[in-house]
Design a protein around this ligand. Structure first.
Ligand code: GDP
Length: 457
């Protein structure tokens, strides 16, 4: 069945599974009101106004009370999905939730697929596609920055800007297509200078958006960081110091790794993700050539490298050679000279020409300074988080394809190309531009996007 078919009534648990104080079961569709009303003991829900809440009981077919509930009504089109939506707040017991959902299913509702509520909101014109995608991002956001970019996109973001430009381009496309009807007469309805100005203007906007992706992606997904350095320089001690110390098991005993802990920290709203931390903890592995090669591979995936040295192991000449090696990777890095606590200021001062941050991973001295240095290195401070930013790989790809098509249009304007080819290129640009906001979409695309949502959203 096409996912575009949405004439039935869907039901899902909107809150997380498991027990909690309350759980919210949500229904959307033409029968939402009557299905709930049929098992609800209280006011006649079909006679109530939108945006009202009603207390009552839900009873099964044997008249057994399943729970005392609050029912919230959102009458079409004044709801998230633009359909009739009923939210039933129950006590947060797994048993109650299951029993009530099964009851609704028996009464004619269908279990909602992942993201189906938001899909309906999109199909019914409640939001465009990029806004719908931002809903998923918002739910997944776990830092101030990722929250901010998702919220901004959900509230319209660059959609409006793109839609306006697209409208103008559509105007030109139709003018040029009109020319095709009069091809014998060699007329020009579409002013080529104006078209060129518009295309250049659109390309400028696209360029700005494409460039924003790198930053936007970092804000949304975090900065991938690798902690590198020779064995025993203090990498895992540092990782522990950076991650919440309390949770970490710092031990000299091999094998006491902390697999369950998410290797992520948030500094001033920006997430830093430490990659390949298992390798760090597995010092043995790093000694072997293969381990070293793997670390290098990982380093290339990082957007930032923390390079740790131990002055007891390597003098400044040695470290200089390592730094020269690092520079070849062309990835920003922070050089740390560790074990400050057991070294004399004189010994440390020999490293000053390399401009490192001196720390003691063990005593956590200098860790705050390191955090500031991490922020400096990713160079996000200058960007205004309120700027419109692209965070979605699908969007940036579509923007790139639009730009490529528009470049052809520009070429077509400046070179003797027939109107029909120009029209094709403009249509191509329109297609890609429209795919971002969903003005152009396919079942496959929608399926792909919405299947990544959680059920109940
Ligand atoms: P890795 O192999 O790079 O992960 O190094 P470890 O974190 O396992 O540290 C190696 C040894 O150095 C351990 O015995 C740590 O306790 C010790 N160490 C790490 N950082 C410091 C530090 O800042 N000061 C001192 N004195 N010892 C440290």
């Amino acid at each position: 069945m096409s996912i575009l078919a949405h004439t039935d009534t869907i039901v899902a648990l909107a809150t997380p599974t498991g027990s909690g104080a309350i759980a919210v079961i949500r229904l959307s569709g033409p029968e939402a009101l009557t299905i709930v009303n049929g098992v609800f003991n209280g006011k006649d829900l079909t006679q109530q106004a939108s945006h009202t809440i009603h207390f009552g009981t839900i009873r099964d077919e044997d008249n057994k009370i399943l729970d005392e509930v609050l029912v919230s009504l959102f009458i079409a089109p004044h709801s998230y999905t633009k359909e009739n939506v009923v939210e039933v707040s129950t006590h947060g017991s797994k048993y109650i939730v299951e029993s009530i959902i099964k009851l609704f299913l028996r009464k004619g509702a269908r279990a909602a697929r992942a993201g189906e509520f938001t899909l309906r909101a999109f199909l019914n014109g409640g939001m465009d596609l990029s806004q719908a995608e931002a809903v998923a991002d918002l739910i997944a956001s776990n830092s101030a920055a990722s929250h901010q970019v998702a919220m901004q996109q959900m509230r319209g973001g660059f959609s409006n800007e793109l839609k306006a430009l697209r409208e103008q381009l559509i105007h030109f496309a139709s003018m040029i297509e009109l020319e095709l009807d009069f091809s014998e007469e060699d007329v020009e309805f579409a002013n080529r200078d104006q078209l060129k100005t518009l295309v250049l203007q659109i390309n400028k906007v696209l360029q700005k958006l494409i460039l924003s992706f790198e930053q936007g992606n970092v804000l949304k997904n975090g900065v991938p960081v690798v902690i590198a350095g020779k064995p025993n320089v203090g990498k895992s001690t540092l990782l522990n110091a950076l991650l919440n110390e309390e949770r970490a098991i710092v031990s000299d005993i091999a094998g006491t790794t902390r697999d369950s802990i998410e290797d992520e920290i948030i500094i001033e709203g920006i997430t830093f993700r430490f990659i390949d931390t298992a390798g760090i903890r597995d010092t043995e592995d790093l000694i072997e050539a293969e381990g070293v090669a793997r670390t290098r591979e990982k380093m290339k995936q990082a957007r930032l490298i923390i390079y740790l040295v131990d002055p007891q192991q390597d003098d400044v000449e040695e470290v200089s050679i390592q730094v020269a090696d690092l520079l070849l990777l062309q990835i920003p890095f922070v050089l740390l000279v560790n074990k400050k606590d057991i070294l004399t200021p004189e010994a440390l001062s020999t490293y000053t020409p390399l401009n490192p941050v001196f720390i003691s991973a063990k005593s956590k001295e200098g860790v705050e300074e390191l955090k500031q240095e991490l922020l400096n290195q990713i160079n996000l401070r200058h960007i205004n988080i309120d700027d419109v930013m692209v965070t979605n790989i699908r969007h940036v790809e579509a923007l790139g394809k639009t730009q490529a098509a528009l470049d052809k249009v520009l070429y077509g304007i400046d070179n003797p190309i027939t109107s029909d080819f120009l029209a094709i290129d403009i249509r191509q640009a329109l297609h890609h531009l429209g795919s971002i906001t969903g003005q152009v979409s396919s079942d496959d695309l929608l399926e792909n996007i919405f299947s990544r949502f959680c059920i109940g959203k």
